[in-house]
Write a protein that binds this ligand. Sequence first.
Ligand code: ZN
Length: 150
Amino acid sequence: MSDLRELYQQVIIEHSRNPRNFKELEGASHSAEGYNPLCGDQITVYVVLEGERVKDIAFKGSGCAISKASASLMTTVVKGKTRAEAEEAFDRFRAMVTSSREAEIDEEALGKLAVLSGVREFPVRVKCATLAWHTLHAALEGKGEPVSTE
Ligand code: ZN
């Protein structure tokens, strides 16, 4: 377990230092801003939606390693998925980071999002980890107002 945990930690650090899809997306059909005042994380999520499918997704922003790594992982997971599949991934992710530390992690269902399972041991970091997802949700809903985790 400690080996796995170390591996997860390395993936998080790697994604935070070298985030994927970290750019403003030209021609985005949907976008939203999110803010986590508890930590100071700020993010803008851009989506190109083609029909029901997320054809492209990117983000920009500043924040802690967890918020950045989570946003980076999210973009890699959501790209190519339908809007409904993206929402399902959000539900699974949220359930994971808010579960008790004894609860089983369904690594098969969560895929690479499982690397953030350690967040559940640090409730104050849960908002860092879910900020990108809340912001994606708002972008897909087409709400113009910035998201705050408060
Ligand atoms: Zn944070």
